[in-house]
Design a protein around this ligand. Structure first.
Ligand code: GRG
Length: 298
């Protein structure tokens, strides 16, 4: 039973994003020992109105497993902090060398490279402080910290980024491309869903289903991201377009062409939606979000 449109997700997201924004705002009130330039650099990037997909995934998966979303809010914000750190660092001259992110100048463009690196460092660290300090009970907090550390670590987000940077401009095949994005994009989607499940004390079959859903969703999201880089508009995306081609990057459209990439994303989404059958109607929002990933224009 698949949700036929993204409407349910869009309505949910419109309301719940406000709760996420308010929580992120609260987490970025630092004491006087935090230099004001650091505070401003963090807030510039974190409070710039990203889509908040990863925190929404945390909250939706907790709810699909029967837990009130408020209990999952610290984990939702922690994931967004790690994601934002990765965007700040990815935009640096030593990496993707971008100028524009979330409709604003990149952190290093506005605050200088050193402050951007340090804002990213601070966000990565704060994510674990928030989870260790606010998730109850302590054993669930520890399990969540372990999960997020793995997803952001050398064999996942950072490793995927290294391989992506090293591969830029070189030859590659589909297996290599999928291996990069399983770690660089997929791992953060998967962990978002898993954290919601962990906080709701979901059983292993449910955690596995969330994990499989996240893996397929993450890959489809990346394929659509590559397609948007070719045919999207900078104004609605809030970042530059056409960079992949400029940098001769290994991407799905470059390897498979536009039509086959689109077909592949659609098949992955259908497959992802099937993974949710164990949740029945409780996963209506997640089903609808899968649709949104195909339809998004930003
Ligand atoms: C620096 C360790 C390190 C990793 C960087 C996130 C990342 C890895 C690179 C950014 C470039 C990119 C195309 C990454 C793939 C994942 C992705 C599409 C990120 C953008 O996520 P969105 O679209 O962004 O959800 P918002 O701004 O809406 O949160």
């Amino acid at each position: 039973m698949t949700e036929p449109s993204s409407q349910l997700f869009l309505e949910y997201a419109e309301a719940v994003r406000l709760e996420i924004e308010a929580a992120l705002e609260r987490y970025t009130h630092y004491d006087a020992d935090c230099p004001s330039v650091l505070r401003e650099a963090i807030r510039h990037s974190l409070l710039a109105g990203g889509k908040r997909l990863r925190p929404l995934l945390v909250l939706m998966s907790a709810q699909a497993c029967g837990c009130p979303r408020g209990e999952a809010m610290p984990a939702a914000c922690a994931v967004e902090m790690v994601h934002t750190y990765s965007l700040i660092h990815d935009d640096l001259p030593a990496m993707d060398d971008d100028q524009w992110r979330r409709g604003r100048p990149c952190c290093h463009v506005k605050f200088g490279e050193a402050n951007a690196i340090l804002a990213g460092d601070a966000l990565l660290t704060e994510a674990f402080e928030v989870m260790a300090g606010e998730i109850q009970p302590a054993d669930v907090a520890a399990a969540c910290c372990l999960e997020l550390a793995r997803a952001a670590g050398p064999s996942a987000l950072v490793g995927g980024q290294v391989d992506d940077l090293q591969g830029a401009g070189g030859p590659g095949d589909l297996a290599q491309l999928e291996r990069i994005h399983r770690r660089k994009t997929g791992a953060m989607f998967q962990v978002s869903l898993r954290l919601g499940g962990r906080i709701a004390r979901a059983d292993s079959p449910r955690i596995r289903a969330l994990d499989d859903f996240g893996q397929k969703l993450g890959l489809a999201f990346q394929i659509i991201d590559d397609l948007l880089d070719v045919r999207g508009e900078a104004a609605s995306l809030g970042k530059s377009v056409g960079k992949d081609r400029q940098q001769a990057k290994l991407t799905f459209p470059a390897l498979l062409g536009l039509d086959e990439s689109q077909r592949r994303a659609e098949a992955l989404i259908q497959d992802a939606q099937h993974q949710l059958s164990i949740f029945g109607a409780q996963a209506g929002c997640l089903q609808s979000l899968a649709h949104y990933v195909l339809e998004r224009n930003r």
